[in-house]
Every structure is written in C-alpha cells, then in structure tokens.
Design a protein around this ligand. Sequence first.
Ligand SMILES: [Cu+2]
Length: 263
Amino acid sequence: MYGRLPIVKMLLVTLALTAVISAVMVPINWNGQGASAEAPKIDHLLNVMIVLSAFVFSLVMVMLFYALWKFKAKPGDESDGEPIHGNTRLEIAWTLIPTIIVLFAGGYSWKVLDDIEEPQKDHLTVSVFSQQFAWSFAYPGKDYAWTEEELHVPVGRQVHFKMHALDVIHSFWVPEWRIKKDNVPGITTTAIVTPDKVGTYQLVCTELCGFGHSTMRAKVVVEPPGKFKKWVEGLDQKAPKELMETVELDSTTNPPDLGAGGA
Ligand SMILES: [Cu+2]
C-alpha cells in the first residue's frame, strides 16, 4: 500500500507556494487608477479571490507533482496497478475544501455588493440612454435637461444611473469607477456609483453591439457640486419625447432587493 501521505508537509508546501504566488500577484494594480468609493472594496475583493485561487492552484500542483514523483513506475515494471476502490477520507476532503472556499467567496462577494449598493438618501439620479452607437444623459428637474456624448456628475455624491437601451444590449463602464452594468432593452437597470475624484474619464460600451461598438464612448467629467449644478442649469436641450417614453415603458427590475426572496 501507499503508506501514510505526508499531509502536513504537502500542506506546508502548498501554503508556501500560495504565499509566493500571492506576493507576486496581489501588488499588481490590475484595474488601474480608482476614482470611486466602490473601487477600493472591489479591488480588495479581487485580491482576496487571487489568494484563494493561488491556494487552489498550489494545492493541485503539489498533489500532482507528489503523485508524479512518488508513484512513478520503476523502469521495467510491467505489472498492473493496485486494484483500489474509493478513499472515503480523500473524497470527504475534496468535497469539503472546495465547498468551504466557494461558500466563503460567495458570501464575501455578497457582503461587498450589499455594501456598495447601499442607497444613500441624498443620491442623484441620472438617466442613461444607449443606442448604436452613442450615449446620452438626462438629469432630473427642469424637464429633464439632456446632453449627448458628455456626462457630468458631482464628486462625493452617490449617483444612481438608470439605464435604458434603445435598440440592442449595451454595457455601461467607466474603468476608474469599476462598476459595470448592462443596458437591456425593455428593462431599467441601475448602476450605483459614488465618484470620489475630480477629473475627466471615459465611459466605454463593453457589450459588442454592432459595427460602431469600439467608437461607442462618452466623456465623463467629475466636478465639484457647485460647478456641476451650473453645468446642468446651462444645458438648453430637453430629453426628447421618445426617450422619456422608454423610461416609462421599461420595467424597473434592477437592482433586485437583496434578500427579498419570493417564488
Ligand atoms: Cu454599445
């Protein structure tokens, strides 16, 4: 028989390998500059996932190389392998460990999502309209001041972007904000973002939506509240009737109330 597996040694090697991989991968700035209150939480979540993945990868590699080294047939050994059937301890381990990892990853992600989507009382609502291949935006009050190709938002205030796709599926993404949300014809989806750095960014469509997809961008300006207010007041276009009709027609489905349940 095999004798006892050096489980403690294998585990130590696994942990050491996990530490080495994590030390290389975690310091890398995968998402670039962050410019929202949500960004650090999402970046931290990504780092936690990297460490978990490094652990799983290391565990598999250590067991694979141990098996290759330990159970390699001697030269000239033509005999059959040992007739074995099942290994209860091993099966419990390979069921339990992944279950714990997946439940932890799911629970932690849930907590982060719940956290960053917590609505603030003083939030600003902006309607986003996407169509092949352009973005436009409507602001509340004053008959919905409307603007094309340029989005302004105040710094330090939570914004609820209500998304309306006019033709096919598009996706709203400002890399520095981290948040990404599909715009789906027929329903209203909502992205919740709290921009926390003044600056100019780019809104990118991240859903392949046709020939002009790669050009479907808009300028995003995050500015102090006073400047933002002036800018909105200076807009002279009103949202076209057809656009406001989609707002009424689209059913509000998102974000679903976490924990609301129901059949
Ligand atoms: Cu698009």
